[in-house]
Design a protein around this ligand. Structure first.
Ligand SMILES: [Zn+2]
Length: 328
């Protein structure tokens, strides 16, 4: 589709690529950038292609956020660099990695740039694994492409996520089979909090190894410093991304449990439940109650899930829902 656009000369100023692997998204963006400027339509062999693929080309600018957010300064610099005219009258291409790290302020700044590009020959390619955090106005400004990858960047955490699900399911069964146990309900969010440092630990361990290796690499001190800072920033980002994912995962599991409760109240059969094992307990524990309260709790979970990756305090919502399951 992209190549067809290029052939027809109907190139857009702004693209948005999303899919669950930043590394692959970046490779695709570089390939696309090479195709745009290559005189042979993307031979992948000429100097333009080769250097673009290496992300070292004067008409290519890559914004890789250094911290946990994309700052106003980073966007301002991007705008300045894109306003300088390109070499050989080619397109100037900006690739913005981790575009979901834009705050409301930087998003609006970015939007202004997309609406009124600093130069006619500008192309912006925004990348994000999760497009849900991108403001609508940016999405509608861009040509959006969703890529499905075989390998997801956080796949090696799948096993951990399964463990969390199993543990949580057990906790929830205990909770709904003994609904007078307020202590268990009160300890619930504390338990969820313990998942996050456990996953963080692993990333920090990996960071230590990488840092050691770089220190022994024989590079000059400034370069070592720069690389280490980059590793630290990347890891910090990975931890916050994972934290968001864990919270979402936890909310999903609790939502399944609530949906099951509501389904049983509405007379659904065991086979239709998410967690069929809970059927008997739910029938016994929630017999004769009205489902309104549980629909409300489900709404709270759904409402809060949206904010899970913005580091918003999720404990209050969690406590409210879990205490809602208890019979005071
Ligand atoms: Zn080429």
């Amino acid at each position: 589709m992209l190549n067809k656009e290029l052939k027809n000369g109907s190139i857009s100023h702004s693209y948005f690529f999303h899919g669950e692997n930043m590394k692959h998204l970046f490779e695709l963006a570089l390939n696309f950038a090479a195709n745009v400027n290559c005189k042979q339509g993307g031979c992948l062999d000429c100097k333009t292609c080769k250097n673009t693929l290496k992300a070292k080309y004067p008409n290519l600018y890559v914004l890789e956020p250094l911290g946990n957010v994309i700052t106003v300064e980073e966007i301002t610099e991007l705008n300045y660099l894109m306003s300088i005219s390109s070499i050989n009258n080619e397109f100037k291409i900006a690739i913005i990695k981790e575009a979901d790290l834009m705050s409301d302020i930087t998003s609006n700044k970015m939007l202004k740039i997309l609406e009124d590009p600093p130069d006619e020959k500008c192309i912006f390619i925004l990348l994000a694994e999760d497009i849900n955090n991108i403001i609508q106005t940016i999405k509608s400004r861009c040509q959006v492409y969703n890529w499905i990858f075989k390998s997801k960047s956080l796949e090696h955490f799948d096993e951990k996520f399964n463990d969390i699900e199993n543990e949580l399911k057990e906790l929830l069964i205990k909770l709904i089979s003994d609904r007078k146990n307020i202590t268990a309900a009160l300890n619930f969010s504390g338990h969820i909090n313990s998942y996050i440092p456990k996953i963080g630990e692993e990333i920090i361990k990996k960071q230590k190894k990488e840092t050691e290796r770089i220190k022994k690499s024989g590079l000059d001190e400034d370069e070592i410093d720069r690389i280490i800072k980059k590793i630290e920033a990347n890891n910090k980002r990975e931890i916050s991304k994972l934290t968001g994912l864990i919270i979402k995962h936890v909310f999903d599991i609790i939502a399944y449990c609530l949906e099951d409760i509501i389904a049983v109240m509405a007379g659904s059969k065991r086979e239709t439940l998410h967690y069929t094992d809970n059927y008997n307990i739910i029938s016994k524990s929630f017999y004769g109650e009205s489902m309104d309260k549980y629909l409300e709790l489900l709404d709270i979970i759904r409402g809060n899930k949206i904010y899970a990756n913005q580091g918003i305090n999720y404990e209050i919502a969690l406590d409210r829902v879990i205490l809602g399951l208890v019979q005071l």
